[in-house]
Design a protein around this ligand. Structure first.
Ligand code: IMP
Length: 203
């Protein structure tokens, strides 16, 4: 059985402002406010695993151990079928310039690789999100969310973050970056994972 989270303030082990705002918005109706790893001055641990759950566990357990509080982490990314699931756990790495992150560069790489390998359209893809809630005693719970869709080109829209401008969720014709951000939340991989977290912990 899922161990319940019974507090009203949750440490979210992320330094990503976009993720933190989305999780905060999703948990607000349950009376839970969030505090980010940045506000707590927690270091960002190296993500050395080759699975979403492995990296989410690293982040959640590091934060729980450092603070003595239950901590929720998010490891997420984009899997593109025509690229055999890439960039996957390397989604953020594709944006690394050595001097910060450039997501236009990362999205251009995804597009160029799809063209180079002659992938048939539609370029189906999924955003995936794994949430891990870890306690200081080492226990954890895992919640996984996914949203299917397709890669579009060129980039469209100004909202959201990361790869949102090239991802069109299934059943829609606008990208995540063209949607109202809270509309995105209702159908996103993160929304799906948070719904499972809420059902497990508050249900
Ligand atoms: P990590 O989970 O911090 O390793 O990084 C995941 C990366 O996936 C982020 O840096 C974003 O580029 C991308 N990503 C995750 N969720 C989303 C999303 O909702 N929209 C766009 N990009 C996302």
């Amino acid at each position: 059985m899922t161990r319940k989270f019974d507090g009203n303030r949750l440490l979210v082990a992320t330094h990503n402002k976009g993720k933190l705002e989305e999780v905060a918005h999703l948990l607000k109706p349950f009376g839970v406010s969030v505090v980010g790893a940045g506000e707590m001055n927690l270091p960002e641990p190296a993500e050395t695993e080759d699975t979403f759950v492995g990296n989410a566990r690293i982040k959640a357990h590091a934060a729980a151990k450092a603070t003595g509080l239950p901590a929720l982490s998010d490891d997420s990314g984009l899997t593109i079928d025509g690229l055999d699931g890439a960039p996957g756990v390397y989604t953020a790495d594709w944006a690394e310039t050595g001097n910060g992150r450039d997501f236009a560069m990362a999205m251009t790489r995804a597009h160029d690789e799809l063209v180079a390998c002659g992938a048939a359209k539609p370029w189906t893809a999924q955003f995936r999100c794994t949430l891990v809630l870890a306690w200081p005693d080492g226990h954890d719970e895992v919640f996984e969310g996914v949203v299917p869709g397709a890669i579009t080109w060129p980039m469209r829209g100004k909202d959201g973050f990361g790869y949102d401008p090239i991802f069109v969720p299934e059943g829609h014709d606008v990208t995540f970056a063209e949607m109202d951000r809270w509309e995105k939340n209702k159908m996103s991989h993160r929304g799906d994972a948070v719904a499972k977290f809420v059902a497990g912990c508050f249900g």
